[in-house]
Design a protein around this ligand. Sequence first.
Ligand SMILES: *Cc1c(COP(=O)(O)O)cnc(C)c1O
Length: 414
Amino acid sequence: MSSTTSGSNAAPRGRQFFFNPGPTNIPDRVLNAMNRPALDFFSEEFLPILARTHANLKTVLRTDQQLLMYASNGHGAWEAALVNLFKPGDKVLLLESGRFSASWGDMAAQLGLEIELLAADWRFGVGMDRLTERLKADRGHAFKGVLAVHNETSTGVALPIDQIRKALDAAGHPALLLVDTISSLASLDFRMDDWGVDIVVGGSQKGLMMTTGLAFTGISRRAMAISETGGARRSYWNWKDMLTHKPQRFPGTTPVHLFFGLDESVRMLLEEGLDAAIARHTRLARAVRAAVAHWGEGAKSSVSIGAKGISGPVKAIELLPADPARASDSVSAIMVPDGHDTNVLRKVAVQRFNLSLGGGLGPLGGRVFRIGHMGDLNEPMLLGALSTVELAMRVAKIPYCPGGVTAAIAALDV
Ligand SMILES: *Cc1c(COP(=O)(O)O)cnc(C)c1O
């Protein structure tokens, strides 16, 4: 038993400030919606919930084409897309953006696909001229697909998906366009049908404010037709089997509680309005960037970043994305000066102040920390987190220019 007088084992007071870029804060309404007994998943009571979640999620994807969901995390939906469309030996073009593009490419390689990497500096992401050029040079149309991560969660760089579609069209290239929207959907503007996206890969635990466990693919009519006669050997992920019921069948038990939750979270999004939710993310992200610019006194280093990490000296706090037009509105990756360890900063933040932050992934471990600002979030929560980052930097002795929060406040007063 813990001492009743010393309080040494006391649980921290207040809620944890949770600013990871996935999973994210789950609203009480969503948690409460899941707090109910199980249901027969073929019952009259459950089927309308499944149908409504499908319909509403299609609204979020801005599509009237096919949607199929899986009891899995995002990696499952990555695999579902690949095995339903491509067979071993098929060639795909992977747009390098960071750790997540690399992982999707590794998965594709394990499945026997031939990957060509269109290399890019992680601070910028692929340039559209180079993409168009590469697609035009592929005269025999060897590429069966182009794989892009809309919002690269490891770097906070967002790619212009509409322009990637334009590049494909300008080159007259028939490759399918596959887009990972796991950390962009409902936070950044995304339009499956208008932008001619063939496959949308999504997951429940980021901008959709839900637990991990439901992933999905939006599937264009053309992609569906290709999958009917193509793809690799597959079982669990097979779209054809799933389409034997409407809106879909699950292989095995339908995860009813995940639907209770996602049904509620997607309805919350539609109540707020998709455009309003996206505008809220834009506003909050601007405040984060204002704070970061202030902490580093507008530092603009010339370092580049790739799979081997950061290329040169970082002298001050600096936002990782170097092209402001591509800075993500759902997550900010922040570089700290050389000689400082972001894992120390994160430890101070979570252990002393109960603020959870994201770390640097892969080659960015210890060099970068990430503030997730997607999902169920408002101004006071964000200002609380930014203040606490400033406090944790002070304790961890990371040099910064005090007053970032004041800059964030000014950015919010618009
Ligand atoms: C989180 C994330 C993934 C992986 O999703 P899991 O649910 O962890 O499998 C893939 N891509 C991006 C862009 C992500 O942010």
